[in-house]
Ligand binder design. Structure first.
Ligand code: ADP
Length: 393
């Protein structure tokens, strides 16, 4: 099936047109700075060079119109698009699995939007626009929180007063679920079913872990929002929650400033004092920059701690898979995380770890107690496969 996957943010919209059978990506791109001056669309076809198209993008509707025009010019008019898959960040309590768009399911995306206001409102608008503009194409909602919804209560419940958490729907929702689901599936295929307890490590500018036993998740590191858990590019991850009132009372920051600080000015960026991008930080650490060294050391230390926590939730692990920007590309970071887990019998083969490839591969030593892999993630393919499954019914 030929599926268009759309990932809308408050001021951006990424798209990818792909075939679920051949897995061929015909076209992909991103509309940037929607509603802001200097908007443009970056577009490429068949893995070719990216073209930059400078166009006015006052709103998401205009962006979608442009995307369909570009795809038409590339030889894919509407009649050749058989389904649209929409990534939704927060599915709340309504999306334990992907669902076809109806008035009801669209309403649910808006109902849970207060849990992810920067994403869900824009996503719901885009879903509505696609449905109204192209009524002959089926639309499917794939929530990033879906995979995490059925973790045990002891893992998702917060130890806050019951009336408060019930009223405000506070619990662990997690994120990156589509990626973790793809990583499980690919690891299982690649190892011919010889995997039972997997710690999936999605380490990109956002980073999270997932504990998966035979395809079912036990726990994940992100929480009510994607701020929890690991140290990330610009997010602080888990800190003492009392830091928030302390910053407000003693630091004089407003709650919005604290929110912005913890989401956009913290993490690797704050620790290194240089960049949120691990490539820059690794380069400066090699040249002796002490803050960059500490940023990387802390990132790996926290990864090691939380990987052990994920393993604990399954009472053991036999496999670990690294994925996303850092997990797929940084052999140095993979090695330092493995060093943290040396006491659990995790051991990499340095030669295998140094290999660069776009394919899944084993990088652990033959005598490692835990098999370690690199598994490039593909959230768009996972979304497209859900669209195919639901629209074929
Ligand atoms: P997201 O999708 O969350 O934006 P990605 O999964 O694309 O993130 O990961 C982006 C991050 O991956 C970059 O910020 C950078 O830190 C890291 N990264 C990418 N390539 C490398 C590399 N070769 N070495 C180290 N880090 C890398």
């Amino acid at each position: 099936m030929r599926v268009l996957v759309i990932n809308a943010g408050s001021s951006s919209l990424k798209y990818q047109l792909l075939d679920t059978k051949t897995r061929e990506v015909f076209a992909k791109g991103n509309c940037e700075r929607i509603g802001i001056d200097g908007a443009f669309i970056g577009h490429s076809e068949n893995d070719g060079e990216k073209q930059k198209l400078e166009v006015a993008l006052p709103d998401h509707k205009t962006a979608i119109k442009h995307v369909f025009e570009i795809l038409d010019q590339a030889g894919f008019d509407q009649s050749k698009i058989e389904g649209i898959g929409h990534r939704v960040v927060q599915g709340g309590w309504y999306f334990p699995e992907s669902k076809v768009v109806t008035d009801e399911t669209l309403g649910w995306v808006r109902e849970v939007a207060p849990l992810a206001p920067l994403h869900n409102y824009a996503e719901a608008d885009v879903i509505e626009i696609c449905r109204d503009m192209f009524p002959s194409i089926g639309n499917v909602i794939v929530a990033d929180s879906a995979f995490h919804y059925n973790i045990p209560e002891k893992a998702w419940r917060y130890a806050l007063p019951r009336d408060v958490v019930d009223k405000l729907h506070i619990r662990k929702y997690g994120a990156h679920g589509t990626s973790h689901r793809y990583i499980w599936r690919t690891t299982n295929e690649f190892l011919n079913g010889d995997v039972h307890k997997l710690v999936s490590c999605h380490l990109g500018s956002g980073a999270s872990l997932s504990a998966i036993e035979d395809g079912h998740e036990h726990d994940t590191t992100m929480g009510l929002t994607p701020l929890d858990g690991l140290i990330m590019g610009t997010r602080c991850g888990t800190i003492d929650p009392a830091t928030v009132p302390y910053l407000v009372r003693e630091g004089g920051y407003t709650i919005d400033e604290v929110d912005d600080m913890m989401n956009k000015q913290s993490g690797i960026l704050a620790l290194s004092g240089l960049s949120s991008d691990t490539r820059d930080v690794e380069e400066h650490a090699e040249q002796g920059d002490e803050n960059c060294k500490m940023a990387l050391e802390m990132f790996s230390y926290r990864c090691g701690q939380l990987i052990a926590e994920m393993a604990q939730s399954m009472h053991g692990f036999d496999t670990m898979a690294f994925s996303a920007g850092i997990g797929e590309n940084s052999a140095t970071t993979r090695q330092s995380i493995a060093n943290e887990l040396d006491w659990l019998g995790v051991k990499l083969d340095p030669a295998k770890n140094a290999i660069r490839s776009d394919d899944p591969r084993v990088i652990s030593a033959d005598d490692s107690k835990v098999k370690v892999l690199v598994v490039p993630t593909n959230e768009e393919l996972m979304i497209a496969l859900d669209v195919e499954e639901l629209l074929s019914k």
